[in-house]
Design a protein around this ligand. Structure first.
Ligand code: GTP
Length: 741
């Protein structure tokens, strides 16, 4: 082996041996040494050699240990560094360099604070301050920044030591705790989720014993955590689901590891509600179920909403089905969704389920124009017609009112269209009849010999036939009050009658005076009829009136003629009879006497004969006037015929003599009055007026009466008889009937 190949330890041993030889002078005296001495020297040399070899071996072990230490130091799972008093890195192991993302050489002489995350510098500061203050090992957790900017969580443990020079140094141990921190974060998050989850969470053992619940559990079930823990989850069950349901649930859980579905439970307050549950089994390494996690949410509101949606869907279906018109709802592809019963009838279809069928398959012959309408409806347009005329195959005419409009889905986009059709043939016919009737009414109103007015319930004019122009002139009268033109004396009566008609619905028959535009008054006879609305309230009043002024005058004339003497205008025999009956009835009631005077002019005939009938007439008229002046307003002076007059005196006295006295005085007064001279001017055609002076007397027969014991005819006969007596006694005198006297 050459020197070159020897290890430094061997070389050192050789040098040592050579030195020994030189000391003992062995080299110079080799020949002089005895064999024994040489053997002894050789032995010592060998002992030295062995000792040296042993020392070398020890040194090798120390070197190997140092190497292992350095390797351990560098490759330790934590970073080590030594900091100077001024916190500068003096020494660092490889792990520390790796942690901080730099090569070890670049780390040296850098302040460690440079690698501490900005927000956590304060942690580092207090950590070091405390370390110096208490001089005991300190630990903290903070974020550090690698050279490339990546941040990691580190645990920093530091102690104070002294270097060879006795100066304090800091020994710092760094470990990356990012994973732990993340795990802690995840755990915190999980705890937070568990605690704050909207869903209820219940953790049970495999046999169902509750080991934990979250806040939502309490909110949903009403049971607090303490009330739930340790109980079997079965305590929540309601009786809405039977044992078989729960057995199937357990079966699925064992087989599949989870179960999901609706469960009806009972809250603490007793209310049964529905949960949507997801149950997951948590197995151990052997696959045995260790825990069961149940996530649940209260879907009662959703369930109710679903039920009400289903109910409203049903309502919509019924609403459409029984709509009193043809109604069909289509989707965007013109497929039937809902159909009313009328739709079938209106379209000549047999009742069947059209749901899902295309409208165009149901009606293959549908005209292109209708398809265009559908397209426009699906594009958002609303189309309608108040009445389209269709001719049926049999030639009959059908009128249809229709409308197409889009419907919108929950997303506010067009979901399809709704087609509405209504067979209005009957309406059209009714309208036609109505129009004809209106035309007929107009013709009647305009040609009627009278006045037609339509008033509202307050009496305002809505319509007046053209004939009203004769009464009211050409002024605009629509909207005016129909009462304004009624004579003030009749107005209140008419208004009262009108209101009664409106209130009762019964038309009235009235006569009243009407103020005409020309200032004159006419007499109208009106009959009203009531037009009611659907609720039985008076809506309109139709009044048909006639001008009865002339008729009334004629009637009055006839009436007058029937009951009066045309020459003297005095009541005639008929009237006298009537009044005599009244007077006798009054006498019966009052107990007063009445009297009947029968008068006959004396020698009247010669006047006629000498001066003509005109002169006689004038005298009769004068006699009538004088007779009226002789009696009270309540008494009656009647002309009986020719030159005969009758005076009826009523209510004389209850005493007969007194009554007789009164009658005698009046009869005398008459006699004297009629015996006054007459002067009559007779007019003759083409000749001058002729004045005739005449003297005339009267014979008077009187008959007293009380009550109605005697008939009027008999009374007249008695008075007549008394009058004849007066004639016979020489005329111009008064005679009383002796029958009663
Ligand atoms: N001018 C006129 N004469 C009438 C009318 N009605 C009847 N006379 C006449 O009246 C006369 C009635 O005659 P009397 O009463 O019989 O005879 P008198 O002359 O009055 O005789 P005494 O009654 O006996 O005194 C007749 O000549 C009738 O023609 C009438 O309306 N006008």
């Amino acid at each position: 082996m050459s020197t070159k190949d020897k290890s430094p330890a061997e070389q050192a041993l050789r040098s040592q041996a050579e030195a020994i030889v030189r000391e003992t002078g062995l080299a110079g005296q080799r020949e002089a040494m005895s064999l024994e001495a040489m053997q002894k020297a050789l032995h010592e040399l060998r002992v030295h050699q062995i000792e040296l070899q042993m020392q070398n071996e020890e040194l090798r072990r120390i070197d190997a240990a140092r190497e292992r230490y350095c390797e351990l130091y560098d490759m330790a799972p934590v970073g080590y560094c030594t900091l100077s008093e001024k916190e500068v890195i003096l020494e660092a192991n490889l792990t520390a360099a790796t942690l901080l993302g730099v090569v070890r050489e670049a780390l040296l002489m850098q302040p460690l604070s440079r690698f501490v995350f900005g927000d956590d510098q304060v942690i580092y500061y207090f950590h070091r301050k405390r370390l110096i203050e208490v001089a005991e090992a300190q630990a903290c957790e903070l974020r550090m920044v690698k050279r490339d900017g990546a941040i990691f969580w580190a645990r920093m443990e530091a102690t104070i030591a002294s270097n060879e020079s006795g100066h304090p140094v800091f020994r710092v141990m760094l470990s990356d705790i990012s994973d732990r921190k993340q795990a802690e974060g995840r755990l915190q998050l999980a705890a937070c989720v568990f605690s704050h989850a909207r869903e209820g969470i219940m953790i049970t053992t495999a046999d169902g014993t509750i080991v934990d619940v979250n806040r939502a559990f309490t909110r949903i079930t009403g049971y607090s955590r303490d009330e739930a823990l340790g109980r079997n989850s079965r305590f929540l069950a309601s009786d809405r689901q039977d044992q078989a349901f729960y057995a199937a649930m357990r079966h699925d859980l064992i087989d599949d590891g989870y179960w999901s579905g609706e469960v009806w439970n009972r809250r603490k307050d007793g209310e049964v509600y529905v949960e949507m549950q997801t149950i997951s089994a948590v197995p151990d390494v052997q696959g045995n179920i260790r825990q069961v996690v149940t996530l649940f949410s209260d879907i009662t509101a959703i369930k109710r909403a679903e039920e009400s949606l289903a109910a409203s869907e049903e309502l919509r279906r019924l609403f459409i089905e029984y709509a009193p018109a043809g109604l069909a709802m289509f989707d965007r592809d013109m497929r039937y969704l809902y159909t009313s019963n009328h739709w079938f009838a209106d379209h000549g279809l047999d009742k069947r389920d059209l749901h899902g069928l295309s409208h165009y398959d149901v009606f293959p012959e549908i005209p292109e124009q209708w398809k265009e309408f559908h397209r426009r409806g699906l594009a958002g347009e609303v189309l309608r017609s108040e009445g389209d005329r269709f001719e049926r195959l049999d030639g009959s005419v059908k009128w249809v009112r229709w409308e197409i409009r889009p419907w919108y889905n929950a997303q506010r986009s067009i979901g399809g269209i709704i087609i509405f059709t209504e067979d209005i043939t009957a309406n059209k016919k009714a309208e036609e009849v109505l129009r004809e009737q209106e035309e007929s009414f107009r013709l009647i109103a305009e040609n009627l010999n009278g006045f037609v007015a339509i008033l509202d319930a307050d009496g305002r004019r809505l319509y007046n036939s053209p004939s009203y122009a004769r009464l009211l002139g050409e002024r605009e009268i629509v909207g005016s009050s129909s009462f304004d033109d009624i004579h003030p004396a009749d107005r209140e009566r008419v208004i009262r009658a009108f209101r009664e008609a409106v209130a009762t619905g019964i038309g009235q028959h009235l006569e009243y005076r009407f103020l005409m535009a020309n200032g004159s008054t006419c007499l109208l006879e009106s009959r009203s009829g009531i037009v009611m609305d659907d609720e039985g309230r008076t809506k309109r009043v139709v009044v048909v009136s006639h001008d009865i002024t002339e008729r009334r005058r004629a009637d009055e004339k006839v009436q007058h003629l029937a009951f009066h003497d045309t020459l003297t205008q005095l009541p005639n025999r008929l009237t006298l009879h009537e009044r005599l009956n009244h007077s006798m009835a009054a006498s019966k009631r009052s107990g007063c006497y009445g009297a009947l005077m029968f008068l006959d002019l004396d020698h009247f005939k010669p006047l006629n004969d000498r001066h003509g009938h005109e002169a006689g007439d004038l005298l009769l008229i004068d006699v009538a006037a004088r007779l009226k002046r002789c009696v009270r307003e309540t008494d009656t002076v009647a002309r009986f015929g020719g030159d005969e007059f009758v005076v009826l005196l009523s209510e004389l006295h209850t005493d007969k003599d007194e009554s007789t006295l009164q009658v005698r005085r009046i009869a005398e007064k008459i006699r004297l009055s009629l015996s006054e001279p007459y002067s009559m001017i007779v007019k003759r055609d083409g000749m001058a007026d002729h004045t005739i002076d005449h003297h005339c007397t009267v014979s008077i027969g009187v008959s007293l009466f009380i009550s109605d014991e005697v008939s009027p005819d008999k009374l007249l006969k008695w008075a007549d008889a008394a009058m004849y007596q007066a004639k016979e006694d020489g005329r111009n005198r008064i005679r009383f009937c002796l029958e009663l006297g």
